[in-house]
Design a protein around this ligand. Structure first.
Ligand code: NAP
Ligand code: F7E
Length: 325
């Protein structure tokens, strides 16, 4: 039985990846940081019905000794580094923490693997945010990076450390440059979930308006359930490499929002308010990924359309809000 270690298992992608790996017969172990509300941080694993099937281990990305102990004891075949301070807007308010966890945290995991289990296959959760102020209209593995936030700068450091450990130590270390991916398990602070939750509240008469920031920003949105398959495929290759994972379609926040309102039979213009207080210090205006390499080498393609995903998210939020009333 193969053993996998997932950092960030309590997050959106960690939960879907754990579900995928369990389905493939893996023993799945997840790194969990200490919290005073331990009964709340497994909510996503509960939602997927897999909380009793994964083994949780205590540790923190900031604490190299905990990572070394875990990798030494577990001897995992595959290590997926998904843990991060992942909210871009927060990275301007907590730039040093973001650097310490999203950036240096990856170096800590790489070191733990290099020292304790150097033949383990390693995955780093890189991000399309690294393209930032885009240098090409369609971004691929060869497009130059131009990070626009402390989050993106930290991810860029982690990305290059992954490449460096592959080249310096011959480690099987791969980096997935994933474009935005969402699901009913997405954190409520991210725009798709804020929209689907907000629209569901308006539909159920709990609120009247939805306040957003820059609705002209364009994103290439896919479904997290599809994207974790690409992570796994990268670690099954003979050689480690870097891959863009994207749908190849970009849509404004405004048009994504319209899909959610229309699904509920509501007129968007009656409820949507643009609030400049929600604008960011620097914006990433447009992201559009070219996943041709992932298709050719991994046989991976996005399976879920934006419309299907937003409708699934709105329906999940309608159910959640109704159940809590
Ligand atoms: P998420 O829902 O925000 O999950 C982040 C995870 O990291 C949570 O499990 C969190 O634990 C954990 N974490 C945070 N700080 C930690 C620390 N100091 N030590 C240990 N664990 C810590 O993020 P996601 O959407 O699943 O994304 C997964 C990864 O992919 C992240 O690295 C993200 O930056 C990257 N990424 C995401 C996207 C996307 O569109 N979703 C795109 C590209 C890249 P708690 O539950 O305790 O908070
Ligand atoms: O913003 C605009 C906002 O916070 C998307 C993370 O998973 O994907 C994610 O980062 C866009 C931005 O995601 C609101 O200004 C407008 O242009 O959903 P988001 P993100 O910043 O793209 C990348 C790939 C990651 O790696 C990250 O970890 O939507 N926007 N109004 C808004 N965004 C939010 N959150 N809230 C608003 O009210």
């Amino acid at each position: 039985m193969k053993k996998a270690l997932i950092t960030g298992i309590t997050g959106q992608d960690g939960a879907y990846l754990a579900q995928l790996l369990l389905g493939k017969g893996y023993a799945v172990h997840g790194l969990v940081r200490r919290s005073s509300t331990t009964d709340m941080n497994d909510v996503r694993l509960r939602w997927l019905g897999i909380v009793d099937d994964v083994q949780m281990v205590d540790g923190d990305l900031a604490d190299l000794s905990s990572l070394m102990r875990i990798v030494r004891d577990l001897q995992p075949d595959e290590v997926y580094n998904l843990a991060a301070q992942s909210f871009v807007k927060t990275s301007w308010q907590q730039p040093l923490l973001t650097g310490a966890i999203t950036g240096l945290g990856c170096a800590n995991v790489l070191e733990a693997v290099r020292i304790e289990k150097p033949d383990a296959h390693f995955y780093q959760a890189s991000s399309s945010e690294m393209y930032g102020l885009i240098q090409e209209p369609l971004q691929s593995e060869t497009t130059p990076f131009y990070p626009r936030s402390p989050y993106a700068a930290a991810k860029l450091y982690a990305h290059w450390m992954t490449v460096n450990y592959r080249e310096s130590f011959g480690m099987h270390a791969s980096s997935g440059i994933l474009f935005n991916h969402e699901s009913p398990l997405r954190g409520i602070e991210f725009v798709t979930r804020k929209v689907t939750d907000g629209v569901a509240r308006i539909k159920l008469g709990v609120s009247r308006e939805l306040r957003l920031g820059n609705i002209d920003a364009k994103r290439d949105w896919g479904h997290a359930r599809d994207y974790v398959k690409a992570m796994w495929l990268m670690l099954q290759q003979e050689r480690a490499d870097d891959y863009v994972v994207a749908t190849g379609r970009t849509v404004t926040v405004r048009d994504m929002c319209r899909i959610a309102f229309e699904h509920c039979g509501l007129a968007m213009d009656d409820h949507l308010v643009v609030d400049p207080a929600l604008f960011r210090p620097a914006e990433v205006d447009l992201l559009l990924g070219n996943a041709a390499k992932a298709k050719a080498r991994l046989g991976w393609e996005a399976e879920t359309s934006l419309e299907e995903m937003i409708q699934e998210m709105v329906d999940a939020d309608l159910n959640r809000i109704s159940a809590n009333r």
